[in-house]
Design a protein around this ligand. Structure first.
Ligand code: SF4
Ligand code: SF4
Ligand code: SF4
Length: 242
C-alpha cells in the first residue's frame, strides 16, 4: 500500500528535532554554522540536510508572525525528477512500488553536473542536491529502510507535537482533510499543498505567498510550464500522452 507523510504546520514549534533526527539516521555529522540573521539554519537544503525547517517572518497588525515549514521531498506520485533522469541514466531514480517512495540510487553518480542541474530544475519544489564528493544526487528517501522494517520515518518518530504523521496514503489524506476543516476555523486561508499529486502532504495556515518560493507546485501558466514540458520531453516517446 502506498505510504504518505502528513505535515500539519499549524502544530510546528520549529524545535528542529526532525531536522536533527534525519541527519542522525542517515549518519550525517554536525557541521560548523553561524547565525546569518535568521533562525533557518543551514540556509538551504544540502546533500547532508534532507530536512530543513524553513522560517518565514512577517509583521501583521504590528505583531511579528513566524511561519514554520519543515521542508523535504514530497515524493510526487508522478515524479518529474525521475522523468528527466530516465532520459539520462535509466532507473537512476526509481519508485518503490509497494510504498510509492521515490528513491535515488547509487547510479545517480553517473549523471553529469549539468544533468543533475536539469533534474533539480524539473523538481517543482527545488529539492535534489548533488554531493560534490561522491557525485551522487541526493534527497529525502522517506527512510525507506525504516519503512520496509515497519518503522516510522525518523523525522516522524521524533516529532512530539503531532506535526509529522505517517501511514497509508489514503489514511493520511483523510487526516489532512479533517485537520484542514479544524484549522480553517482559526485560519480561513489554510490549505493543503498539492494533496493529489504528492505523498508528503503539507497543511499551511496562511496564503502560499507568505512562505518560501517553492512551497507549492506552480500552475500551468507559471514559470514551471517549461520544467513540466522538459520533463515530458525527457520521457520515452511512447509515454508522452498528456
Ligand atoms: Fe516542527 Fe515537529 Fe520538526 Fe519540531 S520536530 S520542527 S515540531 S515538525
Ligand atoms: Fe522528485 Fe522533487 Fe517530487 Fe521529490 S519533490 S519526488 S525530488 S520531483
Ligand atoms: Fe529525513 Fe527520513 Fe524524514 Fe525524509 S522521511 S526527511 S529521509 S527523516
Amino acid at each position: 500500500m502506498p505510504k504518505a507523510i502528513f505535515v500539519d504546520t499549524s502544530r510546528c514549534t520549529a524545535c528542529r528535532g526532525c531536522q536533527v533526527a534525519c541527519k542522525e539516521w542517515h549518519g550525517f555529522g554536525a557541521v560548523p554554522t553561524r547565525q546569518r540573521g535568521s533562525h533557518q539554519n543551514p540556509p538551504d537544503l544540502t546533500h547532508f540536510n534532507y530536512k530543513l525547517v524553513r522560517f518565514n517572518e512577517h509583521k501583521t497588525d504590528g505583531k511579528i508572525q513566524w511561519l514554520f515549514f519543515p521542508d523535504q521531498c514530497r515524493h510526487c506520485t508522478a515524479p518529474p525528477c525521475k522523468d528527466v533522469a530516465d532520459g539520462f541514466v535509466k532507473d537512476a531514480i526509481i519508485v518503490d512500488q509497494p510504498t510509492g517512495i521515490v528513491f535515488y540510487t547509487e547510479t545517480t553518480k553517473q549523471l553529469t553536473i549539468d544533468q543533475c542541474k536539469d533534474i533539480t530544475e524539473a523538481c517543482p519544489y527545488n529539492i535534489p542536491r548533488r554531493d560534490t564528493d561522491s557525485g551522487k544526487l541526493t534527497k529525502c528517501d522517506m527512510c525507506i529502510d525504516r519503512v520496509q522494517a515497519n518503522m516510522q520515518p525518523s523525522c516522524v518518530k521524533t516529532c512530539c507535537t503531532g506535526t509529522m504523521n505517517f501511514g497509508e496514503r489514503a489514511a493520511m489524506l483523510e487526516l489532512a482533510k479533517t485537520r484542514l476543516a479544524e484549522v480553517k476555523k482559526k485560519h480561513p486561508a489554510a490549505m493543503l499543498v498539492d494533496p493529489e499529486s504528492v505523498s508528503v502532504i503539507f497543511l499551511i495556515t496562511e496564503p502560499k505567498k507568505m512562505y518560501h518560493k517553492y512551497v507549492e507546485r506552480e500552475t500551468e501558466t507559471g514559470p514551471l510550464t517549461r520544467k513540466a514540458l522538459f520533463a515530458k520531453l525527457a520521457r520515452p516517446f511512447g509515454s508522452i500522452t498528456g
